[in-house]
Design a binder for this molecule. Structure first.
Ligand SMILES: *[C@@H]1O[C@H](CO)[C@@H](O)[C@H](O)[C@H]1NC(C)=O
Length: 623
């Protein structure tokens, strides 16, 4: 200890007595300057002086060199990266508007960089696909107005902290990678040679970000993607073909009249859906909204917007036809689980209905039927990855599931453009609502034994799905607190599971929570479900609304980050929800669960705990 102190004092003295001399980092910058040509603007960089004492373009913080802002200096020549590597505190580099040329220098050796601004130079050539892999701190990447060519490096898609990406005015070609950094606030791909669909993950950015790329397609550029490139777009033309085909079952002469009726009814329905969507939520896919809906029940009575069909008049014959003949729209509901009796569309249409909210897969309604049974009807957009027969087989398989932690659906209705999925209404509502809804009432009711029971039940439910749907990439795929319902005795029931194979990949990537796992840009796997389980565990323990649930990342708490730093600083107890800290005896149990939650949310999927191991560790905590 004494030795350390002496060393420290002597270092202090040294820095005093040699204040006019340069240190190793100053020398490193001088070495960097040597390899430049045309460095007249850097005359102030002189030997035996200190960079933080007035060198042009050097940014310091508390005597540490943190940035090189060398814009508009006419610099060219070689950029000596190894010299810059010895500047340990360097976080921001700007060479905007200079005359550098050639391949991109190996800035990726500077793994701690937060911004790399190279706009308006003459850099050219391809950027290696893995260039950004080791630059996980980077927030701003500006490569605009150069002569870069080749593909946009896919490693950009894996940068979790990326906020600004400017690639405009280059010669980039190929497709835009599916960049889904939550914090992304500005992107610009304009004036390149990019082709293919604009990824769904970038749908919040407008036309300007993609302008002047002849080969791009998507909403923003007003060009529909062809079938091959974007399976989402296929549904529209095919749907148009199905209407006439319905006439084959009716009389030939009446076909056009029947077709027109179908279209008029369809049109009214579409208007109705649009009104309901507008009325119930201005922005969809946002759990905050669902939460507000669940909380307020403001929508009151609405007419159940189920599709009108012949079923009300010729029910028997039509429903038989619907189940045999796979073409066109099914006329009635198909009951896959008769534990709550059998009922048809007509019963739903007569029921009093209430809008529950808009989830990521579609909107949900509660309907109380005349026989007293309450159901939830989820309208799900598209889901056309399977044929009608395949969809039917999948739903019947769901209908046979019996597990205390799984909500088994009751019935479905199939139309090409949307599906209705009917399940029992669970009065207590979702975990999301109970945890974050009417604080003070529901929140307090969730004491520690109940919360532990919920975590254990969710883990068991997920474990069951992973064995039942073991061939699926994502046996659940959409595990989050809004999809965990609570029975009267707080037994959790998982819903919205195993729908991944039914969706097209862009739809799944946009709607399913498992796609928020950090590694999902390289492909989804069972590990993504484990990440979602971890988020729920952390959400229950901290009582915070996870920012991971919000698509634009604004609001909520980044529970993963928060818990990780609490664990590394050994102050786990501080972040546990005060509402459950009353049971002091259980604190060690909570802390151990917090560690389990953290190991489920490891950002590197390979480091993430195995599901069976996680379940076993949770079971071991049972008292
Ligand atoms: C670029 O830098 C040069 C000096 O090298 C300066 O004269 C010019 O105005 C700058 N251009 C822009 C657009 O800032």
């Amino acid at each position: 200890m004494a030795a350390v102190r002496t060393l420290f004092v002597s270092l202090l003295l040294l820095s005093f007595t040699t204040s006019s001399l340069s240190g190793p980092e100053d020398d490193a910058l001088l070495k960097f300057k040597e390899s430049l040509t045309n460095a007249g603007a850097l005359d102030s960089w002189e030997p035996n002086s200190q960079a933080c004492n007035g060198w042009a373009g050097v940014v310091c913080f508390n005597g540490i060199i943190t940035g090189l802002h060398l814009s508009d200096m006419g610099l060219s020549g070689k950029i000596d990266i190894s010299a810059l590597e010895s500047v340990r505190g360097l976080r921001t580099i700007s060479f905007v508007n200079n005359s550098f040329s050639g391949q991109i220098p190996e800035f990726n050796q500077l793994g701690a960089l937060k911004s790399l601004l190279l706009t308006r130079n003459q850099f050219s050539g391809e950027i290696p696909i893995d260039f950004f892999l080791r630059m996980q701190s980077i927030k701003k990447v500006w490569l605009s107005e150069n002569k870069f060519s080749g593909n946009i490096p896919a490693s950009l898609a894996q940068l979790l902290n990326l906020m600004e990406l400017h690639l405009e005015g280059n010669q980039f070609s190929g497709q835009i990678p599916s960049i889904k950094a939550d914090k992304l606030v500005s992107v610009d791909f304009s004036r390149n040679k990019l082709t293919g669909p604009i990824p769904a993950s970038l749908s919040k950015f407008g036309a300007n970000s993609f302008a002047e790329n002849d080969g791009l397609c998507g909403k923003q550029v007003g060009k529909e993607c062809s079938n091959v490139e974007n399976p989402m777009a296929v549904a529209i033309p095919q749907e148009a073909q199905t209407a006439p085909s319905q006439s084959s079952s009716g009389s030939k002469g009446g076909s056009s009249v029947f077709g027109t009726i179908v279209w008029i009814v369809g049109g009214i329905l579409v208007v109705g859906i649009v009104l309901i969507v507008l009325f119930s939520s201005r922005r969809r896919d946002d759990d905050f909204r669902v939460l507000e809906k669940e909380k307020m029940h403001e929508a009151g009575q609405v007419n159940m917007p189920v599709p009108k069909s012949e079923s009300s008049t010729k029910k028997g014959s039509v429903s038989k036809k619907g189940s045999q003949n796979g073409k066109g729209s099914t006329a009635d509901l198909v009951i896959v689980n008769d534990q709550r009796g059998t009922f048809g569309l007509a019963d739903l249409m007569k029921a009093s209905a209430e809008v529950l909210g808009n989830g990521s897969l579609g909107s949900a309604y509660k309907a109380v039927m005349a026989n007293g049974v309450s159901v939830v009807v989820k309208r799900m957009r598209e889901m056309n990855a399977f044929t009608k027969e395949g969809f039917d087989a999948e739903m019947r398989r769901f209908g046979k599931i019996r597990h205390p932690n799984i909500l088994t659906p009751l019935a479905y209705h199939y139309r090409r453009e949307e599906k209705l999925l009917v399940s029992e209404y669970i009065p207590k509502g979702s975990l999301l609502y109970l945890l974050h809804g009417d604080r003070g009432i529901c929140h307090a009711e969730l004491n520690w034994p109940i919360r532990f029971k919920i975590i254990l039940g969710v883990a068991h439910g997920l474990g069951f799905l992973h064995s039942e749907f073991s061939s699926h990439d994502l046996p659940h795929g959409n595990l989050k607190s809004s999809n965990v319902l609570l029975s009267d005795n707080y037994e959790p029931l998982l819903s919205d599971y195993a729908l991944h194979p039914l969706m097209s990949s862009p739809q799944a990537a946009q709607a399913m929570f498992a796609y928020r796992a950090p590694e999902s840009s390289q492909g989804v796997s069972l590990k993504c479900d484990i990440y979602c389980l971890g988020i729920i565990i952390l959400e229950i323990l901290t009582g915070k609304f996870p920012s991971q649930y919000i698509s634009n990342g604004k609001g909520g708490t980044d529970v993963v980050q928060w818990v990780q730093s609490a664990i590394s600083e050994q102050r786990e107890e501080e972040i546990i929800d005060p509402a459950i800290m009353t049971s002091r005896d259980s604190v060690s149990q909570m802390v151990r669960l917090l560690h389990i939650g953290a190991s489920c949310t490891e950002s590197n999927a390979e480091d993430r705990v195995d599901l069976r191991e996680a379940i076993r560790s949770i079971e071991e905590l049972q008292v």
